[in-house]
Design a binder for this molecule. Structure first.
Ligand code: GLU
Ligand code: ASP
Length: 496
């Protein structure tokens, strides 16, 4: 988009009205707050819903299947951001994409709220995957549109937005987890209700607060391209439909082959993207060097999210099966542990922000922060193997072990996550700027695609080995990354 348009958009947004930030930040903050409220609330109980017995209100699937489903689900949610980002960039504009996404997400949660069977669950998964792909990358990218390139409130704006994400993620497991004891479906209906509030808020306040932001189609398809794209999309849907109709009854498309397919996509898509960026004629030699610098950082991010995301799969299972849920006389819900990560983020993000300001130029470089981030992720897994090592894996352990493990992951998350997105924006070639948000989310998608394969190896007997091996790999990667970080810094060509 021409820079004049960008300027016009910024001018159309009331520049004050939300803690000294553009009024539009209010709209985006609460839309994302409610969307994350519904997403993380749903995920906090979903794993239990899948493996609890039918007599307990669950679907009664095997535990290892439940853990894999959670991982592919998480992977596809972030993978679909590529489509969501593309649709906003070329067809709808971000505002419409957010609106349609919110509707689909709400319908997805409603499908889960209606007592049903596996089919209902699959329908809901499809709706939430497509809906989140439309909403999540786009709501984040509009945050950037509220500020002019030179506005120094920009980074603080993203930090406030990040607080909104984590506030939503903090509150909902507490509520939804409590309701799970009465009925899973009641819990899912709270998630649906949350998305409804978010949608209403978005629709009612967007005109006044967002001005022109999100109303443009940044890079519209030319009419002849449109025809081609629609034809390819229609043929694609038909081919997938026919293949599914033939392969599923014949037993070729099984659950395992589907997980494998997602695994291939999870790893293949980033490789495809990197090759595309590296070889594009629009990429300058300097940008090419930055693409190379970005690759090890991306791999580190995948390692990090692989461990962080197991917080809602493996550690959720650990909370339910290995943890003493009576703490100081209180009964705790296993779902409540999901509130720990966002709670620690909210408490510690300001501490980290203050520390970076204080350190100024003396703060570690991006590759060093990433290296420390995965070191901490690795340590969080080493910590959680200790109670099993000390007391055996058939007794219940104090919930404080999990609290400590989540705390250590969060220290890593604060080193890697807020830095990661801005590093992606700066290191990706200018011609690919519309896709940077989706590119960053691909690190979470790849991580969870890999998780879908490895969570199968987890059970109470393998627990110590499982945490030890994954934690150990993260620590080794951290050391390697630290060792090559001066090289990476050189390849970054002045980007900090
Ligand atoms: N917890 C963050 C969010 O939901 C992380 C996103 C990511 O995996 O990159 O926004
Ligand atoms: N910390 C995560 C994020 O920033 C939230 C979570 O894992 O609950 O959104």
């Amino acid at each position: 988009m021409a820079s004049i348009d960008k300027q016009k958009i910024v001018e159309s947004v009331p520049q004050k009205g939300f803690f000294g930030h553009p009024k539009g930040l209010f709209t985006l903050f609460f839309t994302e707050f409610w969307e994350r409220f519904s997403y993380y609330g749903m995920r906090a109980i979903l794993v239990y819903y899948i493996y609890y017995e039918v007599s307990e209100g669950g679907l009664g699937l095997p535990e290892s299947t439940a853990l894999s489903i959670m991982s592919i689900y998480g992977s596809l949610v972030y993978m679909s951001g590529i489509i969501g980002g593309w649709l906003a960039d070329r067809i709808f504009g971000t505002s419409k994409a957010i609106f349609y996404g919110g509707i689909l997400i709400m319908l997805g949660h409603i499908a889960l709220a209606i007592p049903g069977n596996l089919t209902m669950f699959l329908v809901s998964m499809v709706l939430i995957i497509i809906g989140t792909g439309l909403l999540k990358p786009n709501v984040s990218s509009v945050v950037g549109d509220l500020y002019s390139q030179t506005d120094d409130r920009r980074d603080a704006g993203f930090s406030i937005f990040y607080m909104g994400i984590n506030l939503g993620a903090f509150i909902s497991p507490l509520i939804v987890g409590e309701l799970m004891d009465y009925s899973f479906h009641l819990g899912f209906s709270i998630a649906a209700f949350g998305m409804l509030i978010g949608l209403i808020l978005f629709v009612v306040t967007k005109k006044k607060n967002l001005g022109l932001a999100g109303t443009y189609v940044p890079n519209p398809l030319a009419p002849e391209e449109k025809k081609k794209v629609y034809t390819i999309a229609t043929i694609g849907v038909i081919v997938i439909g026919i293949l599914a109709a033939i392969l599923i009854p014949l037993g070729f498309l099984t659950f395992d082959s589907f997980i494998a397919l997602v695994g291939i996509l999870g790893i293949g898509l980033p490789i495809f993207y990197f090759t595309l960026m590296y070889r594009s004629p629009k990429t300058t030699p300097e940008e090419r060097s930055r693409v190379l610098a970005y690759i090890p950082l991306f791999i580190a991010a995948v390692m990090f999210w692989a461990i962080q995301e197991q917080g809602s799969t493996i550690l959720a299972h650990y909370a339910d099966n290995r943890t003493d849920l009576n703490f100081l006389g209180f009964d705790i819900s296993p779902a409540w542990f999901q509130s720990l990560n966002p709670l620690f983020i909210i408490l510690l993000a300001p501490v980290f922000a203050g520390m970076w300001v204080k350190l100024g130029d003396r703060q570690p470089s991006v590759p060093k922060k990433f290296s420390l981030g995965i070191l901490l992720a690795g340590l969080s897994f080493i910590v959680i193997l200790i109670p099993g090592y000390l007391a055996g894996t058939d007794s219940l352990v104090s919930p404080l072990w999990l609290v400590l493990s989540y705390l250590i992951v969060v220290l890593g998350e604060l080193l890697l996550s807020p830095v990661g997105l801005s590093a992606t924006t700066k290191l990706a070639p200018a011609a690919f700027s519309a896709q940077t948000m989706s590119l960053w989310f691909l690190s979470s998608a790849a991580a969870q695609a890999i998780n879908a394969q490895i969570v199968k190896f987890y059970n109470e007997e393998s627990e110590i080995l499982y945490f030890g091996i994954i934690g150990g790999i993260a620590i080794i990667l951290s050391i390697l990354l630290f060792a090559i970080s001066p090289k990476i810094e050189k390849f970054m060509k002045g980007i900090k």
